[in-house]
Ligand binder design. Structure first.
Ligand code: SF4
Ligand code: SF4
Length: 353
């Protein structure tokens, strides 16, 4: 488990049990949920539609055997059901926001009953943007419910009436992989629910989502040119786990994602000029477009690397990076190369000799 999230979660679990620290627990819980939701936002905003129904770990045991779309659906269906039908005893966001239709989901359940290929088929049908809006609304709605609770309500337990209400809602499948959920939720008090569906459950699924998307990026990069249009090396980039490279559909280059269409201006310009990369462009030295904008952190080092590629080729470039990265990490390498355009080129040339 991610160390920071795990530690935060432990503190929440500890603080929520004492009246003196209860308020801190809720504040920390909101903080953790915000961080985890940020991961979901990055995935939704960064990856192509097909990423959401791929199962790169289909035969594995664990949450990473699902899809990205299923994971989002499952986290927030469970939260919506528990927060509204069980705790607040009012209508779920799925109903009040008309989200089943917007998302295009054939089910209203948590999805626990779906197995193997059924998960991929289900995921293919979902409108991811609508699913994301639903997730956001559920999160905010739960936060609002939680912020109105006080410590004295933490020990509230649930009865057979609550169990019946959940069963009658049809939100939990009667399948043996799903029906246990009702007994599980109702065996807990509100504090117990805070410790699982509203926190730990998120962590486990968001971590699984990160594994899925890392694997998808890895698969996308197989066989793709590891040299970025601007002259950086995707093989050595610190974003390697997040980004499938600017030459694939899985491009989540932090620079490209600044643009709504997720297309880096350097990549677009190279494509317009029908050249392989900025290293083939006669305007390279003077260019101030996209990543080369004056003042952009990394502009000089990227240009240095493009100049080196132009002079010595991509193999030499990757070799030099292998050597530099034995001594420095990505950030430090860029810093060294980016001090000055001539000095940067000289350093690369020295490494090559
Ligand atoms: S961020 Fe840029 S250099 Fe890094 S992997 Fe993505 S495209 Fe390649
Ligand atoms: S003009 Fe600039 S961004 Fe366009 S290909 Fe040339 S170097 Fe790259």
């Amino acid at each position: 488990m991610n160390k920071e999230w795990s530690e935060k979660n432990k503190r929440i679990q500890d603080y929520v049990g004492k009246e003196s620290t209860y308020k801190d627990a809720i504040d920390l819980l909101f903080e953790l949920r915000k961080e985890l939701f940020e991961q979901i936002s990055q995935i939704v905003n960064g990856y192509p539609a097909e990423a959401f129904y791929q199962m790169p770990y289909a035969n594995a045991n664990g949450y990473h055997s699902k899809t990205l779309a299923y994971s989002i659906w499952h986290i927030f269906r469970i939260e919506d059901i528990v927060a509204h039908t069980l705790i607040a005893k009012d209508e779920q966001v799925l109903v009040t926001g008309g989200y089943q239709k917007k998302i295009g989901s054939p089910i209203i359940t948590t999805g626990n009953e779906l197995q193997g290929q059924e998960i991929a088929e289900f995921s293919k049908q979902l409108n991811i943007k609508a699913l994301y809006e639903y997730a956001k609304e559920v999160m905010l709605s739960t936060d609002s419910i939680l912020s109105k609770l006080d410590y004295s309500q933490m020990k509230i337990k649930f009865s057979d009436t609550d169990k019946n209400r959940l069963a009658e809602s049809g939100c939990v499948s009667q399948d043996e992989n799903a029906r246990w959920l009702i007994d599980y939720w109702c065996s807990k008090d509100i504090r117990g629910l805070i410790k699982m569906p509203f926190s730990r459950h998120w962590i486990m699924h968001v971590e699984a989502m990160r594994r899925i998307k890392n694997k998808l990026c890895q698969i996308a990069r197989k066989g793709a040119d590891p040299v970025a249009y601007c002259g950086l090396s995707c093989n050595h980039c610190f974003l390697g786990e997040w980004c499938g490279s600017c030459r694939t559909e899985y491009n989540t280059c932090s620079f490209a994602t600044l643009y709504e269409d997720r297309i880096c201006h350097n990549a677009a310009c190279c494509n317009e000029k029908n050249i392989d990369g900025c290293y083939e462009c006669p305007e390279l030295e003077e260019c101030t477009k996209g990543f080369y904008a004056p003042g952009n952190d990394g502009a000089v080092s990227a240009k240095v690397q493009a100049m080196f590629i132009r002079k010595y080729g991509k193999n030499a470039f990757l070799e030099v990076h292998d050597r530099l990265h034995q001594r420095f990490d990505f950030a430090r390498t860029q810093e060294i190369l980016g001090q000055d355009i001539h000095e940067g080129l000289r350093i690369m040339e020295n490494e090559y000799k």
